[in-house]
Design a protein around this ligand. Structure first.
Ligand code: BES
Ligand code: MN
Ligand code: ZN
Length: 503
């Protein structure tokens, strides 16, 4: 799908479909008004007949609209004008593209970026149109023997305005949207891959390939290297598996190397059976998504590479399977982490924190500006926040606020949870420095408390994406989240820096 921006009159678009918005109740958007005028009230007549109210998500396809030179006009319901915000804008775009795909149109001219969205400039609307459009064509069918041959029909999309868009602003917004969409698509592809293909070795090879193609730096630490570093916690998770664990780093230096890097640490459990604390069988296949944190690090680095962001970013991915086996870690085992702190493993299914803690200690060597870890860490987060928001915990309130702002801007929701000392006490162990679980209460918070014991030397935030990284049920598939949030956060920092305002 190709995108361009153009100023024009909706009645004069020579293409398969012209798309205009209609608010509830039957209030025409500016572009719809222009079209209606040329068509001598044809559209308002139809609306007055009761064929469309403008309800959010509704669409109405019109043929032979008088005095137009397009094949069809697609009316898209925008809902109530007074509450037309980010969510409503994106839903309207989604509805428009779903309908366009149904019609099989090869090109379309969308007059939707003119519609006012509270507190959003045109650049935001352009970027998000691109992201939502790219999402609408995403398929994961590489492994079907007969690929669904509904070849992509919508090839050319013109984001049209009746006003003017500054060409640099427009171009940058398009590029931002395309890069983010590209990153999300990579993240989805990796998440959706089956666990027999997407192994730690597969992820390591991908990092090496990306480094080659995009001039990044990849380093793969093997198990013996990790032993030397004393990563006893990470390695304890890999013990039950016949797939060797890898510690992958992927570095993007978009700026002077003297500038401290932003470090992203992604949980890469390529399959989580629970280990000896085995999970129940129902839906266990979904634990192939337990590497979505890692996938989002790959996706974010792909996105910022594509847009050549002037910032330094290091991705660190601890990758392993969590399997039961003769050599597997047992409940009650005590291991020593790279930090020197000892951990009593009371539940081998709380493995994410065990691999992350060593990766977080390893992150110290980069003298990071900030460290953000991304992990499908706790089922408790799904109970607390559902599939809507990622859990956000941090040892620094300024960083947490910046991430919340980025999440809003990216329409990739996150919610701040507390990291108070009272919760940390739940990790007490009689035999080691800490236990790896803190009981049923506040599971997302105690998991973060565990991580926070390894992040004292820098500014750190944790994103629990257990509820947001993939969808279950009929629409089972990875979502590409939180690539938009992370990309937005890094973009904001890069822009701040390049304009000389130190954050
Ligand atoms: N990968 C899971 C978390 C998870 C579970 C994500 C379900 C999404 C859906 C993680 O490794 C895990 O098993 N966590 C345990 C921790 C518990 C043993 C303290 C959990 O949440 O049950
Ligand atoms: Mn687990
Ligand atoms: Zn897990």
């Amino acid at each position: 799908m190709e995108f361009s921006i153009n100023k024009g009159n909706p009645a004069k678009q020579r293409c398969a479909s012209v798309v205009v918005g209609v608010f509830e109740t039957r209030i025409l958007s500016e572009a719809a008004k222009t079209l209606d005028k040329s068509a001598n009230g044809y559209i308002s007549n139809i609306l007055n007949n009761g064929d469309m109210e403008g309800k959010p998500g509704s669409t109405l396809l019109l043929h032979n609209v008088p005095n137009t030179i397009c094949n069809r006009v697609l009316l898209v319901g925008l809902g109530e004008k007074s509450v037309f915000r980010d969510r409503e804008f994106r839903s309207a775009i989604r509805a428009a593209f779903n309908k366009l795909h149904e019609t099989g149109a090869s090109d379309a001219s969308l007059f939707l970026i003119d519609v006012p969205v509270k507190n959003r400039k045109i650049a935001w609307k352009i970027s998000h149109t691109v992201i939502v459009a790219m999402e609408s064509i995403y398929r994961s069918d590489q492994l079907k023997s007969k690929r669904n041959n509904d070849k992509q029909q919508l090839q050319k999309v013109i984001l049209s305005t009746t006003g003017k868009v500054d060409s640099i602003t427009g171009k940058e917004a398009l590029q931002w949207g395309l890069a983010t969409a590209h990153g999300m698509s990579l993240t989805k592809d990796l998440g959706n891959l089956p666990p027999n293909i997407c192994t730690p070795t597969y992820l390591a090879k991908l990092a090496v390939k990306m480094a080659k193609n995009y001039k990044l730096k990849a380093t793969i630490l093997e198990q013996k290297d990790m032993e030397k570093l004393g990563m006893g916690s990470l390695l304890s998770v890999a013990r039950g598996s016949s797939q060797p664990a890898k510690l992958i780093t992927l570095e993007y230096w978009g700026q002077n190397k003297k500038e401290k890097p932003f470090v992203l640490v992604g949980k890469g459990v390529t399959f989580d059976t629970g280990g000896i604390s085995l999970k129940p069988a129902a839906d266990m296949d979904e634990m192939k998504y337990d590497m979505c944190g890692a996938a989002s690090v790959f996706g974010t680095i792909a996105a910022i590479t594509q847009m050549r962001l002037p910032i330094n970013v290091v991705g660190i991915i601890p990758a392993t399977e969590n399997m039961p086996g003769g050599k597997a870690t047992k409940p009650g085992d005590i291991v020593t982490s790279m930090s020197g702190q000892t951990i009593e493993i009371l539940n081998t299914d709380a493995e994410g924190r065990l691999i992350l803690c060593d990766a977080l200690t390893y992150a110290e060597r980069y003298k990071p500006e900030v460290v953000i870890d991304i992990a499908t860490l706790t089922g408790a987060c799904v109970i607390a926040l559902g599939n809507v928001a990622s859990g956000l915990l941090s040892n620094n309130n300024k960083l947490a606020t910046e991430l919340l702002i980025a999440s809003e801007q990216a329409a990739d929701h996150a919610w701040h949870l507390p990291l108070w000392k009272e919760y940390d006490e739940q990790l007490r162990s009689n035999f080691a420095d800490m236990a790896n679980i803190g009981g049923r209460a506040a599971g997302t918070i105690t998991a973060s408390c565990f991580l926070s014991r390894f992040t004292k030397k820098y500014c750190w935030a944790h994103l629990d994406i257990a509820g947001t990284a993939w969808e279950s049920g009929k629409k089972k598939g990875a979502t590409g989240r939180p690539v938009p949030l992370l990309t937005q956060f890094l973009t904001t920092h890069a822009t701040k820096k390049s304009s000389g305002k130190k954050s």
